[in-house]
Design a protein around this ligand. Structure first.
Ligand SMILES: Nc1nc2c(ncn2[C@@H]2O[C@H](COP(=O)(O)OP(=O)(O)OP(=O)(O)O)[C@@H](O)[C@H]2O)c(=O)[nH]1
Length: 400
């Protein structure tokens, strides 16, 4: 295909991708880095447009615009990647100095020592390094969390490498028999370079959209699974996770201890200190509880001031020890409302979810054990029948 036709195609596609990213960003302004992705594509659009009007501009102006916007676009891409990954942005001073130096050198190699090859090297250098750094930034972390990020990192890495190696292609092309652009190997190289740019624009545009989609999906999952007040799992998500843990444990015939925890006299706390202080107490309680748990233990809020925990790798005795530690920690760490402290205690029921048992039934038994703890004076740990037997010879109930 004729090179100018390819350039027009590249300009149209880049403008289209920019418009799509703008629309997505307009309705999802909370997606980190999306505005920067969009601005990066805007720079690429200006660059491709500048190629189309190049013959009407003084050469030095065309070169300065191209070099400036290619480098700025790549830098914004790097910033977008870092923002998406929650990394600190660079000082923009480095970028201003770097881009300014690239543009100045390009002008030198246009006006003072005209050298097309050096201009290609300069254009590829700044942008190539930025794309490679973006690829490295996106590839950091765990692949299992956001696999699509790796696709984008791969495309960015290949594009960055191509930009760095591109001058070699032109050297090869100019060594061929037809040295004029538009004929012979040089024309083929030019077409290949524009084709690569078109493919890169489309893939990077898709990559940015996939990232945006991934972010929205994980936000929705978070909203659907996590209790907004305490940031532990909500009732539904806790049940799902417990069900999964119970099915896994039944295959290995290891019972899963389930704890139901209910704050004592929470209504009085609300009535005395106000609902907002009550909310703070709930968060304080969760923070204390998490201090007693291991990484694999799961905590959820069943509703109000009632919570549940399951401990996948603890037996009956281990569960009892955790519950007792938690009870003591809560008792010895009152919450605070301003300078005053709010005394706090918790009643805990434990049940074991063994082979042939269901998550719902185990939770029900743990709930009954928790009510027994309430009846027996609160600030206690009680185990339901089979769990108590499994924890023997430990004393069944612990008085406050
Ligand atoms: N601050 C706050 N209070 C809540 C929330 N959810 C439920 N509550 C309150 O928690 C209180 C629960 O009271 P009760 O069920 O009587 O239980 P209790 O006072 O802890 O008594 P016992 O459980 O028998 O020790 C009610 O006053 C609810 O309004 C919440 O998200 N924030």
């Amino acid at each position: 295909m004729h090179s100018p036709t390819l350039t027009i195609l590249a300009a149209l596609l880049t403008a289209l991708v920019t418009a799509v990213l703008y629309a997505v960003w307009h309705f999802n302004k909370n997606i980190p880095g999306l505005r920067l992705w969009m601005l990066s594509f805007l720079c690429s659009s200006i660059f491709t447009l500048s190629l189309l009007v190049r013959s009407w501009l003084p050469e030095v102006v065309g070169v300065a615009i191209s070099q400036g916007f290619v480098a700025l676009g790549a830098y914004l891409c790097l910033l977008a990647g870092r923002t998406y990954m929650g990394r600190r942005p660079f000082s923009h001073l480095y970028a201003v100095v770097g881009i300014g130096a690239l543009v100045a050198l390009s002008v030198v190699f246009t006006v003072v020592y005209p050298h097309l090859g050096m201009r290609f090297v300069l254009a590829g250098l700044g942008a190539g390094v930025c794309y490679l750094l973006t690829a490295r930034t996106l590839a950091a972390g765990g692949m299992h969390r956001v696999p699509a990020r790796y696709l984008l990192a791969g495309v960015l890495g290949l594009h960055g490498l191509f930009l760095l190696l591109r001058p070699a292609l032109f050297t090869l092309g100019s060594a061929g028999p037809g040295v004029l652009p538009g004929a012979g190997p040089m024309a083929l190289v030019s077409q290949f370079v524009v084709l690569e740019a078109i493919v890169a624009v489309v893939l990077l545009g898709f990559g940015a959209l996939i990232l945006a989609n991934e972010f929205i999906t994980s936000e929705l999952r978070h909203l659907a699974e996590v209790d907004p007040l305490t940031s532990v799992f909500n009732r539904r998500a806790f049940f799902t996770l417990l069900d999964k843990a119970v099915s896994g444990a039944q295959r290995t015939h290891t019972p899963v201890p389930v704890l139901v925890l209910d704050l004592d006299h929470f209504k009085t706390i609300n009535d005395t200190w106000g609902h907002r202080a009550g909310d703070d107490v709930l968060r304080h309680f969760v923070a204390l509880a998490l201090r007693c748990l291991r990484k694999e233990d799961v905590m959820g809020r069943l509703g109000g001031e009632e919570f549940a925990i399951f401990l996948p790798n603890a037996g009956a005795e281990g569960a009892r020890a955790v519950a007792e530690r938690l009870r003591l920690l809560v008792e010895s760490h009152p919450a605070t409302a301003g300078v005053q402290s709010i005394p706090l205690t918790v009643s805990i029921g434990i049940a074991l979810c063994g082979p042939g048992d269901s998550a719902g039934a185990a939770l029900q038994r743990a709930d009954e054990a928790m009510y027994l703890a309430k009846q027996r004076g609160r600030n206690r740990v009680e185990m339901s029948g089979p769990a108590a037997a499994a924890a023997a010879p430990a004393v069944v109930a612990t008085a406050a």
